[in-house]
Ligand binder design. Structure first.
Ligand code: DGJ
Length: 537
């Protein structure tokens, strides 16, 4: 209902161009959906997270200066930053929110939003951020037992005590945040970090085994859920009977999702910010065995289980460390669903991954963030830091002043994007009366050189039938008349270079002559924004 009201308001505002009379800061961040596309509303309007994630141990007051300097260098509008259960609740029931206070004050000073990462029961599949008093009580807060009775470095999702403790602590965090952050500097919270288990598909301890031998819960037996899992309709049965070879993994996914769903629901009841859970991915192309990846997290094959088990989690999100355009585009496809807003909370900080920002924007995704943007206390020089961040910083510098427009156009389905694949081949985009042809390369006219890495990218926003915003780097745009224009002679009426400022396109120069002849504009390494109007003659 809340989502429906928010959607109604935003559509009204988008249509009328008005803003909320009570002032934007009163608006809760929210995720809305329309026709299978999503927007993250911040201050009542679609917002695009141009994020940067801190290294794991960088959210300590003495480390924050180097973190803010990286965020500034990156031109990020959002810092994704951990808060640590071991620090927040160092003694049972005694909470210390000083880190949250510090982050709020400094984020506001830097005019940056926050996504808080609740490092708690799970951090990369382990319990390493549980407070010491929990680590010392292994009987009460057990880890998983493997299939051969071996200890596994991963908390069991099948015991109540840890779920209760995490639920209480997360609820306390969200209760505090509601009071401390009326300005909504924090726009989203990640619950846990890459949950699941490496080294065992599930918990084989006696209590967990008993649950595994019990009946599959009714939520998973709904026809829609079984269909999404490719399982024939049944009305009941044990995990083994209903899910066969996948029973162990599905039991683990249900158990982890149920646990985190409970934690998330308690937090949301205190303060209903958008919540998400990030996934350590499996190979999306080969359907590998669950013994080869982190079992139980929201990998692509168990998203329907997560949706059924954890309705308080607004979305599950892929952490992209895989390589190769086919793999990465497949992952993006699998996590962009009508019931799941696309968000990439972590991407490996390598130049070839920066281009997927374009794909995420075009698909109406709510944001993107490379991981480990700060120097992590290693003493790199300013130049080294700038070089490391440059592939992402260049795009963020271009996108930051127009992020509201990009988020709105993405939500409205007006953007198309292509990224350079390993074969460097050109690609086309159908735009009704036109077809855009994008080729990739570094060179000036007639001396196009293949890009050293496949880092070319292009995005086209269709403003009306003949007017387009062209954004890209290391590529060459041209057009062909298509549809009702097919076969006609054509030309550029005008190609303008500039940037969006305060909602309007601001001209830097008109491109003509060598800059647009021989097909159309060629863009260099720095992402460029053009407005092109085409005509047929
Ligand atoms: C993914 C995790 O979610 C991050 O916290 C961090 O551990 C990175 N892996 C390291 O590459």
């Amino acid at each position: 209902m809340r989502k429906a009201i928010a959607l109604f308001f935003v559509l009204f505002l988008l249509a009328t161009g008005r803003s909320f009379s009570q002032g934007p800061s009163a608006m809760m961040p929210a995720i809305i959906e329309k026709d299978g596309r999503h927007a993250l509303l911040v201050d009542g309007k679609p917002f695009l997270i141009l994020g940067g994630q801190a290294h794991n141990s960088s959210a300590w007051p003495g480390m924050l200066p180097q973190l803010w300097s990286a965020i500034g260098e990156l031109h990020a509008n959002t810092l994704e930053v951990p808060i640590y259960w071991e620090q927040v609740e160092a003694s049972p029931g005694k909470f210390d929110f000083s880190l949250i206070d510090t982050l709020l004050v400094q984020a506001r000073q830097h005019k940056v939003r926050l996504v808080l990462l609740w490092f708690a029961t799970w951090k990369n599949g382990s319990n390493h951020y549980m407070p010491e008093w929990m680590k010392r009580d292994a009987a009460k807060y057990p880890n998983i037992t493997g299939s051969k009775g071996q200890p596994v470095d991963s908390p069991s999702p099948n015991t109540e005590a840890a779920a209760e403790a995490d639920t209480k602590a997360f609820a306390a965090v969200m209760r505090y945040l509601k009071r401390a952050d009326p300005k909504h500097t924090v726009i989203m919270v990640q619950v846990e970090n890459e949950p699941g288990a490496w080294d065992s598909v599930r918990d084989y301890s006696a209590p967990a085994q008993k649950l595994f031998e019990g009946q599959v819960p009714a939520e998973l037996l709904k026809p829609g859920v079984l269909k999404a899992l490719n399982v024939p309709a049944v009305t009941g049965g044990s995990w083994q009977k209903v899910f066969g070879n996948n029973a162990d993994e599905y039991f683990q996914a249900w158990s982890v999702a149920r646990f985190i769903g409970q934690v998330a629901a308690a937090g949301k009841a205190e303060y209903p910010l958008p919540l998400y859970v990030n996934a350590a991915l499996r190979d999306p192309l080969t359907n590998p065995s669950a013994t080869t990846y982190e079992s139980g997290g929201p990998t692509d094959n168990v998203i329907p289980i997560w949706k059924a088990a954890a309705p308080a989690v607004d979305l599950v999100a892929p952490d992209i460390y895989l390589s190769g355009s086919e793999r990465i585009l497949k992952v993006i496809d699998l996590y962009d669903r009508p019931d799941n807003a696309l968000f990439v909370p972590e991407a490996g900080l390598s130049p070839e991954r920066a281009k997927y920002l374009y794909t995420v924007i075009a698909r109406g995704g709510i944001g993107f963030s490379p991981f480990g943007v700060d120097d992590n206390g290693r003493g790199a020089t300013k130049t080294e830091i700038a070089e490391r961040l440059a592939p992402f910083a260049q795009d963020y510098r271009m996108a930051a002043p127009m992020m509201r427009e990009l988020a709105k156009w993405g939500f409205e389905g007006k953007i198309r994007a292509v990224v350079e694949r390993e074969d460097h081949a050109g690609q086309t985009i159908d735009l009704g009366a036109w077809q855009a042809v994008i080729s990739f390369g570094t060179g000036a006219r007639n001396t196009d050189q293949v890009n050293a890495q496949s880092t070319g990218k292009a995005m086209i926003v269709q403003l009306d039938e003949n007017t387009f915003i062209l954004i890209g780097a290391l590529c060459h745009f041209t057009f062909r008349p298509a549809g009702k224009n097919a076969g006609r002679a054509w030309q550029y009426l005008k190609v303008e270079e500039g940037q969006y400022e305060n909602g309007a396109f601001k001209l830097l120069r008109i491109l003509n002559g060598d800059e647009t002849d021989w097909g159309g504009p060629r863009l260099g390494a720095a992402p460029t924004v053009l407005r092109a109007t085409l005509i047929v003659r």
